[in-house]
Design a protein around this ligand. Structure first.
Ligand SMILES: C[S@@+](CC[C@H](N)C(=O)[O-])C[C@H]1O[C@@H](n2cnc3c(N)ncnc32)[C@H](O)[C@@H]1O
Length: 178
């Protein structure tokens, strides 16, 4: 991303005054962790924001698991990891991140970065909210969610639409292609 694009995406963090939305990704990752059989799962919140609302709650609910937060530009604090390790996480989630990215090329980069950080049997949970969806976002146009669905299907053996809503989808993806 260019420095200008990083500034744009940083501003979308709700703790900086952006419109709040339903935490559907958080609800889903809570369900996944409640069912998780691993003694210690490694979990990444990609595009976590500055105040880490999701991670703070999840750490209280699941103290046995390990949580990392990742962000970029000025939204990175001492509580965030600076870089991502390959094949490291059992779960990666991105709440309201893909829909605020400047253009489709960056969506591809972000998907590949999250894929890289996931273990082979890891699970990705991400949404693609229709509101807000940035007007400059090429995937905003009709069919944007279907395009994202195609991108995910190229990267994972299993891609499930979890909320029965292709306008504002919530996806659960497993078994990445390496
Ligand atoms: C709308 S906020 C969502 C914050 C939080 N996940 C939530 O649901 O409240 C989007 C966040 O994604 C971050 N972000 C966007 N693109 C990113 C990238 N390529 N790498 C890391 N973080 C990114 C932004 O800086 C911003 O903090």
């Amino acid at each position: 991303m260019t420095p200008e694009e990083i500034k744009q995406v940083n501003k979308t963090d709700r703790t900086k005054g952006y419109t709040p939305w339903k935490p559907i990704v958080l609800e889903q990752i809570r369900t996944e962790l409640a069912q998780c059989k691993k003694e210690k799962a490694y979990v990444l919140d990609y595009g976590a924001g500055v105040a880490l609302p999701h991670i703070k709650l999840l750490r209280k609910l699941f103290p046995q698991h390990h949580f990392d937060a990742y962000d970029c530009g000025k939204n990175v604090t001492d509580s965030h990891v600076r870089s991502l390790q390959r094949d490291f996480y059992d779960f990666v989630f991105a709440s309201n991140v893909l829909n605020i990215l400047p253009h489709a090329k960056i969506v591809v980069n972000v998907l590949d970065e999250m894929l890289d950080a996931l273990k082979g049997d890891g699970i990705l949970v991400c949404n693609f909210s229709s509101n807000p969806r940035k007007p400059w976002h090429k995937l905003s146009y009709r069919g944007g969610s279907a395009e994202l669905f195609r991108m995910l299907n190229k990267r994972f053996a299993t891609v499930r639409l979890l909320n029965d809503n292709m306008i504002s989808p919530l996806f659960g993806c497993a078994y990445k292609f390496t």
